[in-house]
Design a protein around this ligand. Structure first.
Ligand SMILES: Nc1ncnc2c1ncn2[C@@H]1O[C@H](COP(=O)(O)OP(=O)(O)O)[C@@H](O)[C@H]1O
Ligand SMILES: [Mg+2]
Length: 496
């Protein structure tokens, strides 16, 4: 954050939108009021004094006040982050790298490579970002947080060491064992295809085969068929179909139960839980068809009992956060626990070092607090004393995808009905894969939009999502009609 001392930034704030600019004006007028306590805050701030020197805008110094934010990523999750962040009264301007067509209405989009952590850090310097929020896992696993720390820039996201919880499933599994956190029994870790094939003779069926490294959601197979397991190992380890991520695998026990996504925000010590969510990975209704990045999600009060939430926090979340501290790699940022709720209690299936997508969309529409302020605290002085407030009731996100997704798709289809969809009460249309030309939007990837709504009940939230979905048209558009249907007590939430 910075306070303007007798000058204003060179760049305008037009792209933030009229309402926001008005509030910025108010804050500019009141800027002097921030100065007094800002001096004290600056002393505590994590950004070293030199941070002001690398800021190209000489009129500004880091003392607290207005905030410039860079969001990294370009999907529905990042659109939800930008949408919520810009509601913060102290937010001056948001950039998004690379962003997408829809995001470009709410933030200035800048093209960027997700693996180029030095380039992303330079971008943060160039735009004078007081806070950077990372959406996807790739830059985190590549060490973006370390690069920002070296340059004295605030960032929400774990260090490279800490991001191994997602970047290496073997590391995560061994970490869970070291800290006695409930998870599926490990059969073994294999570096050579020969060892992996032989191990299949000794495992219980069904078995779970997992590639160690990042595989964009394609590196896990649960199967009762030795032939299928063998073929999967061959594709992973010999043909390297999913890249280096598949050259090492682990095999573990198959757990039974319902899955739950449990995400927390942590500064390494304090932990703030977000509403738990359920996702829908398969492309078609009734959990049929291939896996996707996620076709929809929901959250609702009472989704899990207080007793279960307590067990998740005490037996899983706190030991994990403390375990990372004990191993010298404190975890900061969003930490996603993929859980299986088994008869013997919740067990960890995996970690993600970020918000899920589309979980973030359903979570952030319920956020009733200043996300910019909370994330800035997470990245700097810490979360002590902060609490998160959530809209009561429920929320849901229904993903609309391109024909062929999750396989090959043809981009560039014109999207109609966006304005009508966003007029549906309590609906926010998040863009996952669109590009904008003048005021016309076109599809640009597999997942295109996330129709997201809040409601007093899950049923109400879903009704609004589907009403909005019904107003959108693009060639080949498809979406699941049964998001949250089981929980909402209906066979088909869309009535279809
Ligand atoms: N031990 C397990 N038992 C049963 N199902 C599992 C197990 N591990 C993973 N799965 C299933 O496979 C999916 C993907 O596995 P996960 O560990 O979440 O990896 P990723 O999301 O990186 O592909 C899970 O959402 C779950 O449905
Ligand atoms: Mg997963």
């Amino acid at each position: 954050m910075r306070t303007f001392l007798g000058g204003s930034g060179q760049e305008g704030e037009e792209s933030i939108g009229g309402g926001q600019a008005l509030e910025i004006g108010v804050f500019r007028e009141n800027a002097a009021a921030f100065v007094e306590d800002a001096v004290g805050r600056a002393a505590r701030a994590h950004q070293p004094a030199q941070a002001a020197a690398v800021d190209s805008r000489a009129a500004c110094v880091y003392l607290g006040g207005l905030m410039r934010i860079l969001v990294i990523g370009g999907g529905g999750r990042e659109h939800a982050l930008v949408w919520k962040l810009r509601q913060g009264p102290r937010v001056e301007k948001i950039w998004c790298a690379p962003g997408n067509g829809g995001i470009s209405q709410d933030a200035e989009c800048v093209s960027a490579g997700m693996k180029d952590v030095a380039g992303l850090a330079t971008l943060a310097e160039q735009v004078g970002a007081d806070l950077t929020v990372v959406g996807p896992e790739l830059p985190l696993v590549e060490g973006i947080a370390d690069e920002f720390a070296r340059r004295g820039r605030a960032i929400v996201g774990p260090s490279k060491q800490a991001a191994r919880l997602e970047g290496s499933k073997v590391f995560a599994k061994e970490f869970l064992a070291r800290h006695d956190i409930p998870t599926a029994a490990l059969y073994g870790v294999y570096d050579s295809p020969g060892d992996a094939y032989s191990a299949l003779c000794a495992v219980d069926w069904p078995v779970v085969v997992k590639a160690d490294g990042l595989c964009a959601g394609k590196g896990v197979l649960v199967t009762s068929s030795p032939d299928e397991a063998t073929a999967f190992l061959e594709r992973l380890m010999e043909q390297k179909e999913l890249g280096e991520g598949g050259s090492r695998v682990l095999m573990e026990e198959a757990l039974e139960g319902e899955e739950l996504s449990y995400i927390v925000l942590t500064d390494g010590r304090d932990v703030l839980p977000l509403p738990p969510t359920r996702d829908h990975k398969r492309v078609f209704d009734g959990n049929q068809g291939p896996n996707t990045g996620g076709m929809g999600t929901y959250s609702m009060d009472g989704l899990i009992s207080a007793e279960l939430e307590n067990a998740i926090l005490e037996r899983i979340v706190r030991p994990a956060i403390a375990g990372m501290v004990a191993e010298g790699a404190p975890y900061r940022g969003f930490l996603y626990f993929g859980l299986m709720l088994t008869r013997n209690g919740p067990k960890v299936l995996e970690f993600n070092c970020r918000l899920g997508d589309p979980e973030a969309q359903a979570i952030l529409v319920r956020a009733d607090f200043d996300l910019a302020e909370v994330l800035h605290a997470a990245a700097t002085e810490g979360l002590g004393g902060k609490a998160l407030a959530w809209k009561e009731g429920a929320s849901a996100c229904v993903v609309m995808a391109s024909a062929g997704y999750p396989g090959e798709i043809e981009a560039g289809k014109r999207i109609d009905g966006l304005a009508e969809a966003s007029e549906v009460n309590d609906v926010v249309v998040f863009h996952a894969g669109t590009k904008r030309e003048a005021d016309i939007y076109y599809t640009s990837s597999g997942r295109v939009l996330g129709l997201t709504a809040t409601g007093a009940s899950l049923e109400q939230a879903l009704t609004k999502c589907y009403e909005a979905a019904g107003k959108i048209r693009f060639e080949g558009a498809h979406y699941r009609k049964d998001i949250g249907a089981v929980a909402a007590g209906k066979r088909s939430a869309a009535g279809g």
